[in-house]
Design a protein around this ligand. Structure first.
Ligand SMILES: [Zn+2]
Length: 151
């Protein structure tokens, strides 16, 4: 790391106002990188969920199991979504936040059991009655810090 920094400094001096390398140094910092947003269609690839933006395909991963399960929900397949996250060194996109997009508006997702009035943050049977939960989309402007939604 120290070796790279020295090289960056030396290269920066040589390159003058170019300042290309400081950006690369930030990329190595990993989680301190600011979140980036990508928008496209949610697909299911051979090795998990993918996002297609134009001709580019991102393999999706997440630290959050509930978010990862939601990204693989067949009900969201082929839907337009906006993802906020970070591109990992291996090329995978690590998703931190999921939004669905309808008519240009953003929504947050949650799962709901009408019988028990219980909200869940990932697909699957209701924790109480075991019946299937329903996918619900909440307009982003109605989401407050207290609203239980998929990250
Ligand atoms: Zn229930």
């Amino acid at each position: 790391m120290g070796k790279i920094s020295m090289a960056s400094i030396a290269a920066s001096i040589v390159m003058g106002a170019g300042w290309v390398l400081p950006g690369q140094a930030r990329a190595q910092a990993g989680s301190s990188k600011p979140l980036r947003a990508i928008e496209g269609k949610l697909l299911e690839g051979a090795h998990g969920p993918q996002l297609q933006t134009g001709s580019k395909f991102y393999s999706l991963t997440s630290d959050s199991p509930s978010l990862l399960h939601t990204l693989s929900d067949p009900r969201l397949r082929l839907r337009d979504v906006k993802l906020e996250g970070r591109e990992k060194p291996d090329g995978q996109f690590e998703v931190a936040h999921l939004f669905t997009v309808k008519n240009g508006k953003l929504y947050k997702v949650r799962y709901y059991c009408n019988v028990c009035n219980i909200v869940a943050q990932e697909p699957g049977p209701c924790v109480c009655c075991q019946r299937p939960t329903e996918l619900e989309e909440i307009p982003l402007k109605e989401v407050t810090p207290d609203t239980i939604v998929v990250p």
